[in-house]
Design a protein around this ligand. Structure first.
Ligand code: PMT
Length: 402
């Protein structure tokens, strides 16, 4: 009974996936939630209000008022009643209404009145799901702070196969439970994260880079998002993307691009975490044409890249928190502590290449956290997800209150 006492308003819109809303209601009910249902007019073609009323043990809401009795359904009351407004499935049509403030039915009016978190589970054909207008509308409701349960891949009603299936009810239930059980310590906080490698072009076909896979950064992004943060992830090319679709991703190639994107986002942030492995040097001039193989050797003319963490550290405001990483191969603690001070970090995460199970590419890491106030913590070798949670705990324990 992990949802005992929670009030969930379930919106159902016109999609073949509406049949899954029946089992979703049962699952929510079995976990102790009180469920009320709003159905759009098109949803009525896919599943009956009788089914939903029987399963939810509440009359189903559909219209602003009952034309026979004249009884008014108060969308404001419904919006205020709910602890969570879950729209599953949400069609492209309803999504467009929510993104644009169109309010011509009970569902959309309730959405505008709701003060609780809103979670949507899209269901549509694969090409619809990737259409720029749908992507833009998803992006818009994301910017309103709504949560998106990304559609799953598989066979679609059209007979095509791809991403567009509504998330399975069991998986939606898991997200709802985790939404209520997770600490929301970072709710409303804006977090900038840099992750992955940078690529410094030598010519149109070659570049200088490193082994960063982006796994550590992705784990951090997901951990922050799960605890309610608005995450802005500046991500090197080819690096692992986080699972949570609510994270805003800014793809970049070079250290210069990463700096530009991060510097633009940074002034509005509460927390910045620099997990990227940024190339310290770049070719002075990338050749316009492919460099030809001539002679027995080659000398590269490199210039120092901007140090993103150092330069943003100089602009850090008193309420802002900066967390850095250090990847070292010798004299690890000394180098980490000097970067902590030089780059104005509140906390630095050291990974040593000497530790088995730590560093690039792996699913695990082993880290030491050094705090600006002198405290330190050492981890075991743990999955990067757990290391991310440990770093978040470290941030929660900083003298600056988040
Ligand atoms: O991506 P994975 O494969 O999962 O691997 C994770 C990781 C090992 C890359 C990650 O845990 C990590 O340690 N990232 C930082 C690596 C690094 O570049 O460390 P550094 O000691 O060179 O840099 C110190 C700090 O300054 C880092 O926060 C770095 O992001 C930042 N920096 C460095 C250079 C630069 N030009 N700009 C920066 O912002």
């Amino acid at each position: 009974m992990q949802l005992r006492g929670k009030r969930i308003l379930l919106g159902i819109t016109g999609s073949i996936a509406a049949y899954k809303s029946a089992s979703l209601t049962r699952l929510l009910f079995k976990e102790g939630a009180e469920v009320q249902v709003i159905m759009s007019t098109s949803a009525l073609d896919f599943i009956t209000p009788l089914t939903m009323a029987t399963l939810s043990k509440h009359p189903v809401h559909h219209e602003f008022y009952d034309p026979k009795s004249g009884v008014w359904t108060n969308h404001v009351d419904l919006g205020l009643w709910a602890d969570l407004f879950l729209i599953a499935p949400i069609s492209a049509n309803t999504l467009a209404k929510l993104a644009n403030g169109i309010c011509d039915n009970l569902m959309a009016a309730t959405y505008l009145s709701a003060r609780c978190p809103v979670m949507v589970a899209p269901a549509m054909d694969l090409d619809m799901y990737q259409h720029p207008s749908v992507r833009k509308n998803l992006e818009t409701i994301l910017s309103f702070g709504n949560l998106i349960l990304d559609a799953e891949e598989g066979e679609l009603a059209s007979g095509l196969s791809g991403q567009g299936r509504m998330m399975e009810p069991e998986n939606i239930l898991e997200h709802v439970i985790s939404h209520f059980s997770k600490s929301q310590a970072f709710k409303g906080k804006k977090v900038l994260l840099t992750s992955g490698p940078t690529q410094e072009a030598l010519d149109p076909v070659r570049f200088i880079s490193n082994h960063s896979s982006g796994k550590m950064g992705a784990a951090l992004a997901d951990a922050f998002a799960e605890e309610g943060a608005e995450v802005y992830l500046v991500l090197g090319l080819g690096a692992k993307k986080p699972k949570n679709p609510n994270i805003r991703i800014y793809p970049v190639r070079s250290a210069k691009d990463m700096h530009q994107a991060a510097a633009e986002i940074h002034p509005k942030m509460d927390i910045s975490v620099f997990a990227a492995a940024v190339a310290d040097y770049a070719p002075r001039n990338a050749a316009v044409e492919k460099i030809k193989k001539e002679g027995e050797g080659m000398t590269l003319d490199l210039v120092k890249n901007v140090d993103i963490a150092l330069s943003l550290g100089k602009e850090k405001l008193p309420h802002q928190i900066h967390v850095g990483f250090a990847l070292e191969t010798e004299n690890e603690e000394f180098h980490a502590k000097s970067k902590l001070e030089k780059k104005n970090f509140d906390l630095i995460v050291l990974n040593s290449m000497k530790d088995t199970g730590a560093g690039f590419q792996l699913d695990t890491n082993k880290v030491s956290l050094f705090f600006a106030d002198g405290r330190s913590v050492v981890s075991e070798v743990l999955p990067k997800k757990q290391i991310a949670e440990m770093i978040l705990d470290g941030i929660k324990n900083l003298p600056i209150k988040i």
